[in-house]
Design a protein around this ligand. Sequence first.
Ligand code: C5P
Length: 304
Amino acid sequence: MTFTVRAPAKINLHLGVGAPRADGFHPLLTVYQAVGICDDVTASRSAGWSLGVTVPDWMDPDLVPVTGDNIVDRAARLLAAHHGIDSDEVKAEVSIAKSIPIAGGMAGGSADAAAALVALDRLWGLETTDDDLLRIAAELGSDVPFALLGGTALGTGRGELVETVRDDGTWWWVAVIDTEGMSTPAVYRHFDELNPDADPEPPAADDLLEAIHTGDLDLLAASLRNDLQEAAFDLRPSLSDVIDRGEREGALRGLVSGSGPTCVFLTESADAAREVAGAFTGDGHEVVLVTHGPVAGAHVVTYA
Ligand code: C5P
C-alpha cells in the first residue's frame, strides 16, 4: 500500500513579530496563505525505515538531511509515540519529492512534516484525530499546523495556533527564489538586535484581514507586512534590489517571504505575474515561479 500526500508552501501576508518570550520564541500575529508550490511525500509499507529525497535540477539535494534528523523522521517518531508504537516498530519507505525551496522562508520542511503525518497516519491505519494531528504538528515546528490546514489562516502563539480565514479570492504571486538559503534563527536574532524595544504584543493585521474579506486587491497590496524584512535585507542586501525590481516591473507589491530569502510579488492577474516573472528571468534569475493562493493544506493525492 502506498500513499502520496501533497503539502503547500506558505507566504506570510502579514508577519507581525513581538519581543521574544521567555522560551526564546517570538510571539507572532501572522496571516498565512498556502500557495501552489508543493512538496509530495510518498509512504509505502516496508520491513524497515528509509527516507529518500528527489529535488528539481536547481536544488541542492545535500541540503536535505536524510540520515535520521530530518523533520520527517521526527514526524514519524512522534506520530508513532502518540499511538504507543515503539520506535523500532516505525517502518515505512518514505520519499520526499521537493519543489519548495530549502531554507527559503516558505516552510518547505514544515510542509514535508505535515505531508508525512498524513501519509503515515493513513499507511499505518491510525485514524489520528485532526486535533491530535495539529498538536503533534505544533511540536514539530511553528509552521507545521498551518501546512496541515492550508488555505488562508490567522496564526498566533509562535505561529502554531491556526484559525482559518475565509478567503474567496485567487491571488497571483511571483516567487523569486535565491538558491542560497537563510537561517531562520539568524534572522530572528537580527530582528532582536534591530528592535531591542519591541512590544511583547505583535502588531495586528486589521487592514489586511479587511482586504481579504472584501477581496480588495489594492488594499491587500498596501497592507502586506513582514516585520522580519528589515533584518533579512540587512543580512542579504541584494534582496532589497529584487523587491525594487519587481515593483518597477509592475508587481503591486513585493515582500520577503517569512525569514527569506525568497521574495514574493503580488500581481493583478496570472498574465501580469508571468510578465513580472519574465523580467526576472531576463535578468538572469535562475528560479522564478508563478503561483497562486490560497490552495489546500496537506491532502492525499494518490493511494494504491
Ligand atoms: O518552530 P520552528 O522550528 O520553525 O522555528 C525555527 C526557529 O525560528 C526557532 O528555533 C527560533 O529561533 C525561530 N522562531 C522564533 N519565533 C517563532 C518561530 C520561530 O524565534 N515564532
